[in-house]
Design a protein around this ligand. Sequence first.
Ligand code: C5P
Length: 268
Amino acid sequence: MRPAPSQSGDLSNALTSVRSRLIVALDLPSGREALKMAERLRTHVGLFKIGSELFTAEGPALVRQLASGGQGIFLDLKFHDIPNTVRSAAREAARLGVAMFNVHASGGRKMMEAAVEGALEGAAVGKRPLVLAVTVLTSLDAGDLREIGLAGTPEDVVRRFATLAQTAGLDGVVASAREAEAIRAACGPGFVIVTPGIRPAESLVNDQARVATPAKAIHAGADYLVVGRPITAASTPESAADAIVAEMDEAFQAIPGDFTRTGENDRI
Ligand code: C5P
């Protein structure tokens, strides 16, 4: 699942592979600004994440526009509904040509299975988007979980939901660096872990409570990193992205083992 590191001898190919693992959160107030930022970063990052704010403001046209320009899109709408509705939403997400989208694991196994079926129905042959689970929102603490009737520590619930998502046929999860290690241990090397809350050592934490550097997240088991403001609010977003890719490359190189990209990730 890990990209081929630069020790393979071809530095530019290896960096292209590592770059494909960097997702920029386009949390910008308008489609115009999002498109401008995407144009600047197009050759510097792998994918763009479109969340509910931008999607609600601009609709699917923006997703289509970015995807048709060859950009990989992570549609971060966290579907959670009855299986039939999620199947239909997943089908439409796949028709938009996104590379990955997500659903709440708490929607249950049948809902997650329906999401994968919908993704297959809507996708071009052999091009199904990755379907990821949100386990426990990082904004919820142990007390919040008790209040909604979920037993165990947040770590227990995360592990339980990640395992259920894997059983339901999902490709991976969105998880903080703090959770990544336990998920990797529970779900194995083939399960995709996408990690937000990334802050390069020298950058502002903003409103993120638990952050990790790009290197730390990769060492914890992340396959993809989601980075927003440290790139989009930088004076030169291109250089900020390049610096993160360089740090990611170094971290991937330091991990022993099999770096061959196989399976689900190859669709992106
Ligand atoms: O600007 P920043 O790097 O904090 O953006 C992180 C992105 O990842 C935002 O779009 C945020 O909604 C998303 N995210 C997160 N923490 C989670 C899940 C998603 O920061 N647990």
